[in-house]
Write a protein that binds this ligand. Structure first.
Ligand SMILES: [Zn+2]
Length: 239
């Protein structure tokens, strides 16, 4: 599973290259589409197909935070190429941004995005706080309000969650289950193999520093060693 943030929008405050240029993104997605042995799937379909037939090579494209360019740039291109995607939206960003220079999707934008063929909407928390640092009450509110707000806008069930800052533990997973989510996406790099918990799905982040060769290597799993290192430094419960 691939993790993107902004496509083409420069982010002044970003600590590292969160923005992938439009040219890079288009090149990467065309490469994906052209691989005869790789199938672009939605996150949900990917998890189901993986358990049915682990030898298939599946790639799911995801975006975190809910940048406006996911609607204006990424989704139209992916739709044209026949590649599904999931956009994980931080619910409070839908209304809390300067109208003069909107960086994130508005409520109307989200509705339009959700109607594009192949696009699924997931939650990325309500306020983007790390879920592992919240009290039980705050955790339930954060996850429940995000789900309710997004479902109210798109009028469909929101079953997927990506953990803000990649912060997850057993308590977060239990709260997500109780709030009615079915899948949780982490920020741990790596391919997902059969048997991976649907609550600890790995995602390999693509940044603006990746050229096409880096991208191909990431898709093939050449960076999976880094995910093992991440898990060592941030042990999480398996299962
Ligand atoms: Zn985020």
């Amino acid at each position: 599973m691939l993790l993107y943030h902004a496509i083409g929008t420069p982010l002044a405050a970003a600590p590292y290259s969160l923005t992938v240029s439009v040219k890079q993104f288009e090149e990467q997605m065309r490469w994906l589409r052209d691989q005869p042995d790789i199938e672009g799937v939605s996150l949900e379909a990917g998890v189901q197909l993986l358990s049915a037939n682990p030898s298939r090579r599946l790639v799911a494209v995801t975006f975190d935070d809910g940048y406006l360019d996911n609607l204006t740039v990424a989704a139209p291109l992916l739709s044209k190429l026949g590649l599904p995607c999931t956009v994980f939206v931080t619910a409070s960003y839908l209304t809390r941004q300067p109208s003069s220079r909107p960086l994130f999707l508005s409520i109307d934008d989200l509705r339009v995005l959700s109607e594009i063929a192949g696009v699924s909407i997931g939650a990325h928390g309500y306020s983007h706080r790390p879920l592992t640092r919240l009290s039980q009450f705050e955790l339930n509110t954060e996850l429940g309000e995000a789900k309710a707000l997004l479902e109210g806008v798109i009028r469909r069930r929101v079953a997927t969650l990506s953990y803000p800052h990649g912060a997850v533990n057993a308590q977060v997973i239990e709260a997500a289950k109780a709030c009615g989510y079915d899948y949780g996406a982490t920020s741990f790099i790596g391919l997902n193999r059969r048997g991976r918990s649907p609550w600890l799905l790995s995602r390999t982040e693509i940044t603006g520093k990746d050229n096409l060769e880096d991208f191909c290597r990431k898709v093939r799993g050449d960076y999976d060693w880094y995910g093992l290192k991440q898990r060592l430094y941030w042990p999480i419960p398996q299962g």
